[in-house]
Design a protein around this ligand. Structure first.
Ligand SMILES: NC(=O)c1ccc[n+]([C@@H]2O[C@H](COP(=O)([O-])OP(=O)(O)OC[C@H]3O[C@@H](n4cnc5c(N)ncnc54)[C@H](OP(=O)(O)O)[C@@H]3O)[C@@H](O)[C@H]2O)c1
Length: 292
């Protein structure tokens, strides 16, 4: 048996598995595309040939794939579900609070223990003292996994037993970023309309903050992806998640609706691969259209 299994070896899952290996845990890994398994086997992991073998190999499985539907599709098979009895599933895939709740309920129904988490850093920061990871679930289950999770992020926060809370706080922080980003973009629109300098506007914004990057990109009219970037495709996914949560929870969705509609237009115009600040082009066009 291994100490832990990691399912999903994208950028994040690979970073998680590698960090666990560095901390001397025995790790079994599985990924849909087998070529991502090999580098981890070289680093000391055991490669599993199937999801069944991967779950069977450890009493704790970390799942980190693109979304919850994929996670469910991987686990919901008649040969795999009996294996979940008594095992712990740690879901580190990003999702909505409802998805977290549904996922926890499903694992519990199979007799498994469930923790849901949100990773608040990039893969390159996993395992550092600053890496923040938010976790929710039964306290005893969390305590049993505290050491394991603690090596993934020095700033590990247990949020309590509300299984939806990690996903909720993740979304809350995304709202804050999105509001600032959109606000900054509208600010640049005001500068342009009034003949004020967007460069001066950028210089008034805090160094290192995404909002400053946005104003600088708009001033330079260069929306290539850089170190501090979020692509239009990524932001569209985030906005869709915000809208979905708002609808699930019946809260106002005006900001999510605006962000999603702008990002859709931007991506349909072929800008999805560029920095999301390129949405200023859509706002300029909208303004002109509204005037006519
Ligand atoms: N990267 C970040 O900065 C970051 C930060 C915080 C949280 N996260 C979260 O971590 C999770 C993984 O992100 P990532 O950056 O590792 O993404 P990624 O590099 O795109 O990897 C996605 C993973 O999902 C798997 N996958 C996708 N569709 C699948 C399917 N139909 N069946 C089986 N496996 C499938 C991929 O397998 P293949 O290799 O076969 O395609 C891969 O292992 C996401 O929920 C993301 O939101 C990421």
């Amino acid at each position: 048996m291994s100490d832990v299994t990691v399912i999903g070896l994208g950028a994040m899952g690979s970073a998680l598995a590698r960090t666990l290996l560095n901390a001397d845990y025995t790790v079994t890994v599985w990924n849909r595309s087998p070529e991502k398994i090999e580098p981890l086997v070289v680093a000391g992991a055991k490669g599993a040939a199937s999801v069944f073998d991967a779950i069977n190999a450890s009493m704790v499985a970390i799942i980190c794939v693109n979304d919850y539907d994929t996670s469910k599709a991987l686990l919901d098979h008649s040969d795999i579900t009996p294996l979940l009895e008594g095992r712990t599933v740690i879901q580190l895939t990003t999702g909505t609070p409802k998805e977290a709740g549904d996922s926890g309920l499903w694992v519990n129904t199979q007799g498994g223990r469930y923790l849901d988490g949100a990773i608040m850093v990039y893969p390159g920061q996993v395992g550092t003292a600053e890496a923040q990871i938010l976790m929710t679930g039964p306290e005893e289950t969390f305590e049993n996994c505290r050491a394991l999770l603690g090596c993934l992020g020095g700033d590990l926060r247990y949020l309590g037993t509300n299984i939806r809370a990690a996903a909720a706080l993740d979304l809350a922080l995304i709202y804050r970023l999105l509001g600032r980003s959109l606000g900054t973009t509208y600010g640049a629109l005001v500068c342009e309309a009034e003949g004020a300098s967007v460069a001066q506007y950028a210089s008034l914004l805090p160094q290192g903050e995404r909002s400053r990057t946005i104003a600088e990109l708009i001033h330079a009219d260069d929306f290539s992806i850089g170190e501090n970037s979020a692509s239009g495709n990524v932001v569209r996914g985030l906005a869709a998640r915000l809208q979905s949560q708002a609808r699930d929870a019946r809260i106002d969705s005006a900001l999510a609706d605006l962000a999603l509609s702008l990002q859709r237009q931007s991506n349909e115009a072929g800008y999805g691969h560029l920095d999301a600040a390129v949405v200023i082009k859509i706002l300029r066009d909208r303004g002109n259209t509204e005037q006519n």
